[in-house]
Design a binder for this molecule. Structure first.
Ligand SMILES: [Ca+2]
Length: 379
């Protein structure tokens, strides 16, 4: 991605004026072209979990990674360290202004962690974000140093973890590291990236250009809640890949729609239109372009739960699938009222929670619609 750097520098000369549209002193923090040796990171690291708060206004974060913008396939981006739009009352934030003028274009910002880091004791990644119009979008990617090309990157969508959506005030985004399910290890993590993707914007009705401010990127060993949950999907967008980074699809004539007219306690619901023998699958990991589920170490989680209702009563079989072709079948009786369903998951003859790969929803008979909301694993 750094191959784009030379092109980026040319683009930046043109775009830098858009950064200058802010307060004039904001432009003074634009030092992307400074040689690394000239940058002195003289700020004292506030705490060891903080990757960067951007307060020192330079490209080297507290974990000693040199950060920068990236772009491709026609996407553009410009960045500043902005000192009037910050999460805390003082300092600076990362200001990213992206433009994705053609189909397939993307841009982003990479945040290396200095070297391969063992994050095994951390539970979550968090940062603060605000936008301008409320129609901004973003993806978050984590990479490791794996030799397995198919498992060294995991990319998730911001809106799967920001129930308010982006607004013109700062919101904290917290993502369990377990959600980056496509990664095969957290013992060798090398980089975080923020990515703006035209394909995703188009599919979910977001603007193709926008501005976001990001602050206080941090890891934490503290669980988000007790019991902690891992989102399978809350269905906030029209994008197939969900909060665990895998694809969703249908077989046997089943149809999936994401609806905001029939929901409970979540932004939207998954509406499943079924007929005898139809099914849906949710892959865990595998990425946006992959169709192979990846075994995930979810031993921490003891339950699978969701909200569900149907247009007429129906029995649904949900299959939790794990390595060695194990399948754990849950029989769910669905009524016309929204109900919360929670099932205890126990590793045994039919399930291995250290290699969970896929969730299948299957219907043996009948036809109609079933809506699902807030599907998750829970401790
Ligand atoms: Ca800051």
């Amino acid at each position: 991605m750094r191959g784009f750097y030379r092109v980026w520098r040319l683009v930046q000369v043109v775009l830098v004026s858009s950064c200058a549209m802010g307060p004039s002193h904001a432009l003074a923090t634009e030092i992307v072209s400074a040689p690394v040796s000239a940058i002195v990171n003289n700020a004292t690291t506030p705490n060891p979990d903080l990757v960067d708060d951007f307060n020192d206004g330079n490209n080297i974060n507290y974990w000693n990674g040199t950060m920068g913008p990236m772009n491709g396939d026609g996407g553009l981006i410009t960045k500043c360290y902005f000192d009037t739009m910050v999460y805390q009352s003082a300092g600076r934030s990362l200001h990213l202004e992206y433009s994705l003028p053609v189909a397939g274009s993307w841009s982003g910002y990479y945040i290396p962690l200095g070297r391969a880091r063992n994050l095994s004791n951390y539970r979550q990644l968090s940062f603060f974000i605000r936008g301008v119009t409320g129609r901004e979008h973003m993806k978050i990617q984590i990479e490791n140093a794996s030799t397995d090309e198919s498992r060294k990157k995991s990319v998730l969508s911001l809106h799967d973890y920001l129930d308010t959506g982006v607004t013109d005030s700062f919101h904290k985004v917290t993502i369990p590291l377990d959600s980056f399910a496509n990664l095969d290890s957290f013992a060798n993590v090398t980089q975080i990236s923020f990515i703006f993707d035209r394909t995703y914007a188009d599919s979910s009705g977001f603007d193709s250009s926008g501005t976001v401010f990001i602050d206080d990127i941090s890891f934490s060993a503290t669980p988000i809640s007790s019991p902690d949950v891992l989102r399978v999907d809350y269905f906030p967008d029209n994008f197939g890949p969900g909060p665990l980074g895998g694809q969703m699809g249908s077989g046997g004539g089943g149809v999936i729609n994401y609806v905001n007219t029939d929901y409970l306690l979540c932004p939207r619901a998954l509406m499943s239109s079924y007929r005898p023998g139809s099914s849906h699958f949710i892959l865990l990991g595998g990425g946006e372009k992959g169709w192979t589920a990846k075994p995930c170490r979810f031993s921490r989680y003891k339950k699978f739960q969701f909200y569900v209702r149907a247009d007429s009563p129906v029995s649904v079989t949900i299959k939790i699938m794990s390595g060695s072709n194990l399948e754990y079948h849950l029989l769910v009786n669905v009524t016309t009222e929204w109900k919360f369903k929670s099932f205890v998951l126990t590793s045994g003859a039919n399930l291995n929670m250290s290699s969970v790969k896929q969730i299948d929803i299957t219907y043996e008979s009948g036809s109609g619609t079933v809506c699902y909301g807030k599907m998750e694993f829970s401790e």
